[in-house]
Design a protein around this ligand. Structure first.
Ligand code: E4P
Length: 217
């Protein structure tokens, strides 16, 4: 499963890239607002750090407006995935962009029916938002299982990009269900390392090692 970082913070992206954990980045208008940076500048900087896909979202709601914005975004770098919302205009834009060879991430997916439409529109990535579904009392992971089943049934090549990830168990469940990609805030990716028995094990091994009085090298 590929790991994308859901952030527009350069320092967090660099840290994950240095750890060799980063396959791509997703941004959205809220994350850009949080970064306080100029949208085009920050996306350009991210695309220079990360080799994999970097999602940059359009804000127009009509097809012509989305195409105009996509023109600007896809010129930033070769690894830009234009992010469009799951609407009729968004999918029309998706079809046009992917047929021209541009990667497209269809975002704000909350149902299997929507995911089916995105695959038929040739989306590179579909982003089902599991956390936001959980927030309203629905099971986000059931959606991932449904989309996996449908895509496998018809050999759709659209990659399932699990989004709105809120905790490490979302990552584990997504992996068990065969999601292609997950995008999470860097803090959650770092939490994947954590286990109290790992910390306790290191502590007791070092205590015993000190008693040997030896050194390595
Ligand atoms: C995905 O591309 C989105 O940027 C993101 O996962 C949204 O997550 P949120 O529900 O935590 O805002």
């Amino acid at each position: 499963m590929k790991f994308f970082a859901d952030t527009a913070e350069i320092s967090e992206i660099r840290e994950l890239a240095d750890q060799g954990l980063l396959d791509g980045v997703t941004t959205n208008p809220s994350l850009v607002q949080k970064s306080g940076r100029d949208f085009i500048e920050v996306v350009k900087e991210i695309a220079g750090i990360v080799k994999g896909p970097v999602s940059a979202e359009v804000v127009a709601l009509d097809h012509a407006g989305m195409m105009r914005e996509a023109e600007v975004l896809r010129k930033i770098a070769d690894n830009i995935a234009v992010k469009v919302p799951l609407t009729p205009d968004g999918l029309k834009t998706c079809q046009k962009l992917t047929s021209d060879g541009t990667m497209v991430n269809v975002t704000l997916c909350f149902s299997a029916a929507q995911a089916l439409l995105a695959a038929k529109a040739g989306a590179t990535f579909i982003s089902p938002f599991v956390g936001r579904l959980d927030d309203i009392g629905q099971n986000g992971m059931e959606l991932i299982a449904d989309v996996r089943q449908i895509y496998d049934q018809y050999d759709f090549e659209t990659q399932i990009l699990v989004a709105s990830v809120r905790h490490p168990m979302h990552v584990v469940e997504a992996a068990k269900l065969g999601a292609d990609v997950m995008t999470a805030p860097p803090k959650i990716i770092q939490q994947l390392f954590k286990h109290p028995l790992t910390d306790a094990g290191i502590k007791s091994f070092l205590a015993d090692w000190d008693k040997t009085g030896q050194k390595i090298g």
